[in-house]
Design a protein around this ligand. Structure first.
Ligand code: B12
Ligand code: SF4
Ligand code: SF4
Length: 296
């Protein structure tokens, strides 16, 4: 695809019947922790027709973010691969708006909206329905071709299209590597993650202090966590992305353990100018660095 998306599939815009009780019990059990936004728009999250007038189709797209580069100091606090470059929300929204323009030029007036991550849309449920991959035990969508290091985005439009077959098979088999490797036991059952225990939540979403129970369990992650994907055999097939905007700054890769511990707000601003890491703010990132400083 010219816009750089790796996969594309289409599903009919209908009510997500199977997912409704799963989402409800996830929320009831408090697995969203302090992510209050997950409690909002319950009905919209399960029915795209409530988000876009006359919605008929959900076009799901995946964008690879697997980086070629790594942080050079193995002792440096770790940043999740998805946040190495520029904020994916902006990068993907720009691509989706080009795609919507293209559809409008080719077909005519189409009512549609672009979504990725932040809206009340169950990105993973739509990706499986569109045939992009299966919901794996670590709850990520895995593609047989490329593993799981990709973002998911949607265009919800009022055009009826030809629909893909949902991805109905599971290729995790008897493997449990991700469940065994998760240091905080956040994967409480196959495909169910207690968000409030996930390092990604603790380092990015949680606004308070990180609870002491997690001391010694963070495995040096200061922003996000890739463990359950790094150990997954399907990610042996990951190939580096070709998105210039996702390329990390050299300075970010070269930062040593001590540089992170001494980071100033000015350096933070330069390093993370257009990055998703800005979400934690300087205060959040330094809280994380301090938390893992003594014991990982
Ligand atoms: C909230 C959130 C989080 C929370 C909670 C995670 C979670 N598992 O729910 C936290 C902060 C912990 C988090 C972490 C991460 N996240 Co996040 N997150 C989201 C967000 C905003 C909502 C997810 C959600 O609705 N959760 C509620 C649960 C109930 O829904 P769900 O996990 O999607 O599961 C549904 C399906 O799995 C379905 N299902 C289908 N078949 C089956 C079978 C069974 C047996 C079961 C039980 C369920 C099931 O049921 C569920 C309800 O519909 C989405 C973006 C979006 N708008 O969808 C990104 C998203 C899921 N995150 C993403 C990423 C990349 C991550 C991280 C890898 C980031 C990182 N490196 O730190 C980690 C991975 C952690 C993990 N193992 O899940 C990507 C996943 C891409 C992919 N390939 O799957 C998404 C889709 C963002 C995007 N647009 O690309 N995330
Ligand atoms: S991202 Fe890390 S903490 Fe979260 S479920 Fe995966 S391994 Fe566990
Ligand atoms: S590590 Fe194993 S169980 Fe976990 S997602 Fe990968 S294949 Fe599935």
């Amino acid at each position: 695809m010219r816009l750089g998306f790796a996969q594309c599939g289409i599903a009919a815009a209908t009510f997500l019947e199977e997912e409704a009780p799963r989402l409800e019990s996830w929320l009831k059990n408090g697995h969203h922790g302090q992510m209050g936004y997950m409690e909002n728009h319950f009905d919209k999250r399960l029915d795209p027709r409530l988000l876009v007038d006359g919605a008929k189709s959900v076009i799901s797209l995946s964008l690879n973010y697997f980086p070629m580069e790594q942080q050079s100091d193995p002792e440096a606090p770790r940043i999740s691969k998805y946040a190495y470059g520029q904020d994916y929300h902006t990068v993907i929204k720009d691509k989706l708006s080009l795609l919507l323009d293209f559809i409008r030029r080719e077909i005519g007036e189409v009512n549609g909206r672009a979504f990725t991550d932040s809206a009340p849309v169950l990105d993973r449920a739509w990706a499986t329905r569109a045939g992009l991959g299966w919901v794996a035990k670590n709850s990520n969508i895995i593609s047989k071709k490329s593993g799981s290091f990709f973002f998911i985005a949607e265009l919800i439009i009022d055009l009826e299209l030809e629909y893909d077959q949902p991805f109905a098979t599971d290729h995790c088999g008897s493997c449990t590597r991700c469940i065994d490797a998760c240091p905080t036991d956040a994967i409480i059952a196959p495909a169910v993650v207690d968000g409030s225990k996930c390092i990604s939540y603790l380092t990015i979403e949680l606004k308070d202090e990180i609870p002491a129970d997690f001391s010694g369990k963070m495995q040096n992650w200061m922003f996000g966590c890739d463990i359950c994907q790094d150990v997954c055999p399907w990610n042996r097939f990951s190939i580096p992305h070709k998105v210039d905007a996702f390329k990390p700054q050299e300075q970010l890769l070269q930062m040593k353990k001590e540089d992170w511990q001494d980071i100033t707000e000015d350096v933070f601003r330069v390093l993370f100018k257009n990055s998703a890491v800005k979400r934690t703010k300087f205060k959040g990132l330094t809280r994380n660095i301090d938390f893992i400083k003594v014991k990982h």
